[in-house]
Design a protein around this ligand. Structure first.
Ligand SMILES: Nc1ncnc2c1ncn2[C@@H]1O[C@H](COP(=O)(O)OP(=O)(O)O)[C@@H](O)[C@H]1O
Ligand SMILES: O=C(O)[C@@H](CO)OP(=O)(O)O
Length: 411
């Protein structure tokens, strides 16, 4: 392994993730928070919910009650005056339903003088849920959507209609109280009504679109589910103010700043990466081949969210797959490619992403790993693990998509 580049990669990752913690953004958004004088209740949902709540309660001093719903192993301690719950992701479970019920109880019977501070981040679709049909069927439909290749906007267009809290319905449940909503974006382009299925945002999608998506992906639905898809969601909400705080743009900017700090000249290729993970990795490898060996330290940054079409039965995630796919092009060069999910979890693994450099291909070959076959089997996790190429961060407290970086060394 190229220890210099690995050390630089680890420093860039630590610094970028630290820079996109939601704390400062929450504090900034709260400058516009002007509750009317009644009670202030806090509800937070998503993978960054605990971190956002921690920052908000510190800034406000106190709230009159609160419920936080986040993913398992994402609660990092007690927060004064707030009950924190952990639940299932990406498929909602009984704990998602129970914690959401607690949030609904909290906002019941409020007056127009009261305010709900709603802190939302990606992952909320699974974590914050009151199903309008039996929970087991909602879990089944969620499983069908996750396996179908539907993108997040298509997926959430369906999920909104099966839910008592998504698609603006949570804001309706808070009425007549005002809802002040702070949203951390994990969807490219920041479509507010799609992030975590927009519990406090008027829905821009239609029943016709929902039915077309159900047909396109051949979803198996009960009569009850079909009837729900035909029922419109709120198109107007008059009790909500929304502030959007962080997104993948800030992650890319932070990565560029960290690269510059270490002497690399950064180039932002895109903050809207959305192609196949392995194609993105191969493309970054090609860029490295063009620019390596010229005596200049360079860094190429691509932020966004790639996709993986699962064809094999291995273990991995889109960031690990991207990194592994870059390994052949890097062979023998003073260069590295790494990619991380800012939430600290890449696919169903304990890794945040993957790292490869000019020594990785020979290390893999020596251990009997073939990159092409491994990618076909979607088993990037085990291959990278064998050559110390996993990036492990644990839950980070934020969730603003992914960043991939190609580093070109001086040699
Ligand atoms: N073995 C695998 N190899 C590569 N990618 C995988 C594998 N298994 C699942 N994935 C991908 O991981 C994605 C879910 O990853 P996750 O990091 O939890 O997503 P998100 O952060 O968007 O919630 C799925 O969309 C799937 O494409
Ligand atoms: O909750 C959701 O709907 C999505 C997008 O916001 O997040 P994730 O892909 O992390 O589940």
């Amino acid at each position: 392994m190229n220890l210099t580049l690995r050390k630089d990669a680890d420093a860039i990752i630590a610094s970028s993730l630290n820079a996109v913690l939601p704390d400062e953004a929450v504090r900034r958004a709260l400058k516009a928070f002007a509750p009317k004088g009644g009670r202030v209740l806090l509800v937070a949902a998503g993978k960054a919910a605990w971190q956002m709540t921690h920052a908000a309660v510190e800034a406000l001093g106190r709230v009159d009650g609160g419920v936080v719903v986040t993913k398992y192993e994402h609660v990092r301690g007690e927060i004064l005056g707030v009950n924190c719950y952990e639940a299932g992701h990406p498929v909602p479970d009984e704990n998602s339903f129970a914690a959401t019920e607690k949030a609904l109880e909290l906002v019941q019977g409020l007056t127009a003088e009261d305010t709900v501070l709603f802190l939302l981040s990606g992952g909320g679709s699974a974590l914050f849920e009151k199903p309008l049909l039996p929970g087991a069927e909602l879990q089944d439909i969620t499983g069908q959507l996750l396996a179908s290749g539907a993108d997040i906007v298509e997926m959430n267009t369906i999920r909104k209609r099966l839910s008592g809290v998504k698609g603006g319905r949570f804001a309706q449940a808070c009425a007549p109280a005002q809802v002040f909503s702070i949203v951390l974006s994990d969807i490219l382009g920041d479509p507010l009504d799609m992030i975590a299925s927009g519990p406090a945002v008027p829905d821009t999608s239609t029943c016709a679109q929902a039915l077309a998506i159900a047909e396109k992906y051949h979803l198996k639905l009960s009569e009850q589910a079909k009837a729900l898809l035909a029922q419109e969601t709120p198109k107007m909400l008059d009790n909500v103010t929304t502030r959007i705080t962080g997104s993948v743009r800030e992650l890319c900017a932070a990565a560029a700043a960290a690269c510059r700090e270490l002497g690399y000249e950064p180039v932002l290729l895109t903050d809207q990466l959305c192609c196949e993970a392995r194609e993105a990795g191969s493309f970054l490898g090609s860029i490295v081949r063009t620019h390596a060996g010229q005596g200049k330290k360079l860094a190429y940054i691509a932020g966004g969210e790639t996709v993986v079409h699962l064809t094999g039965r291995g273990l991995g995630g889109r960031n690990q797959e991207l990194a592994l796919a870059a390994a052949p092009a890097l062979a023998g060069l003073d260069a590295a490619v790494f990619s991380v999910g800012s939430d600290g979890t890449d696919g169903p693994t304990d890794a945040a992403g993957g790292y490869v450099d000019g020594d990785t291909l020979s290390a893999l070959t020596a251990k009997g790993w073939n990159v092409f076959d491994t990618l076909q089997n979607n088993d990037a996790y085990h291959a990278l693990k064998a050559v110390d190429g996993l990036i492990i961060t644990g839950a980070t407290g934020t969730n603003v998509n992914d960043a991939a970086v190609a580093l070109v060394g001086e040699k």
